[in-house]
Design a protein around this ligand. Structure first.
Ligand SMILES: [Zn+2]
Length: 276
């Protein structure tokens, strides 16, 4: 895809002036002239100076002290942790687009040790400033209040981090506590206790079956589709589903450590429908 084709594709999604969090599966786009940098530039142009563009630049694979399950269920991380600092590359599973985006001119990055976000645009500073060590999803909550959008460029719903907001809202004992490392303002390594640490999101894909097609803005990609969905709609939908079935976002992988602990945590909550 060349730059002009990319520009036209994003135009079909009406992004101008939107406050949007983007998750990309590069494979769905095929080869892009100019690579991920070109994609980032085109996204910035599409949103424009009145909008805000945000991407997760998570580093939990690197900065966590404990051995914990990562986003690949069952795969435990066991390594010597690297303390978070502003120039720490994103975790490999977060992807090269976010890694490129955090280097772009005018892009800011928050300093959360595991769940930093990078943002560009009018409200970038305001959105990022809502994040606290015990409130990693703060920027997404702000986006919800600002009537922001989730843009999935070929990425599945399991990449939609905003769905964790529904888990938090449901007060289900889903969100954990971890200890991570960070280089503080004085240049020293510090231990940071991270509360409300989001777990496995594989089962978010189940929400596909509940999406109202009229609420999803779509555009075809060379190998998949782009979907723009209002944060508020997606979070409310996930919340409704969780009321009926608190186990809805527990994945089927028997060796997923994160979901095993979720299962234990909601074990005593009666489901109104479905099966545990
Ligand atoms: Zn899982």
């Amino acid at each position: 895809m060349n730059r002009e084709e990319l520009r036209q594709l994003l135009e079909r999604l009406n992004l101008r002036g939107n406050h949007v969090v983007v998750q990309t599966s590069l494979a769905s786009l095929g080869p892009i002239e100019g690579g991920p940098a070109s994609l980032c530039e085109t996204l910035i142009e599409a949103v424009g100076p009145s909008g805000t563009l945000m991407m997760p630049t998570f580093t939990q694979t690197e900065t966590i002290r404990e051995s914990v399950p990562n986003r690949n269920p069952g795969a435990a991380i066991s390594h010597r942790p690297i303390p978070y600092h502003a120039d720490l590359p994103v975790s490999p599973d977060v992807g090269i687009v976010a890694e490129m985006f955090r280097h772009m001119a005018g892009v800011l990055r928050s300093n959360h040790p595991t769940h930093s976000f990078a943002a560009w645009g009018r409200q970038a500073r305001e959105v990022l400033s809502t994040q606290r060590d015990n409130n990693p999803l703060g920027p997404l909550k702000k986006l919800n209040v600002m009537q922001g959008q989730v843009l999935l460029l070929g990425a599945p719903l399991q990449a939609a981090t905003v769905i964790h907001l529904a888990e938090e809202r449901a007060s289900l004992p889903y969100l954990g506590r971890r200890t991570a490392l960070r280089i503080n303002a004085g240049g020293y390594e510090e231990r940071v206790v991270v509360e409300n640490f989001p777990g496995c999101s594989v089962a978010f894909d189940r929400l596909d079956a509940y999406l109202d097609p009229n609420k999803v803005h779509r555009a075809l990609l060379p190998h998949g589709e782009a979907r723009k969905i209002a944060v508020r709609y997606l979070v409310n939908l996930a919340s409704q589903v969780l009321v009926n079935e608190p186990r809805f976002f527990i994945c089927d992988n028997p060796v997923c450590v994160g979901c095993a602990s979720k299962r234990a945590a909601v074990g005593n909550i009666p489901a109104m429908q479905g099966q545990g």
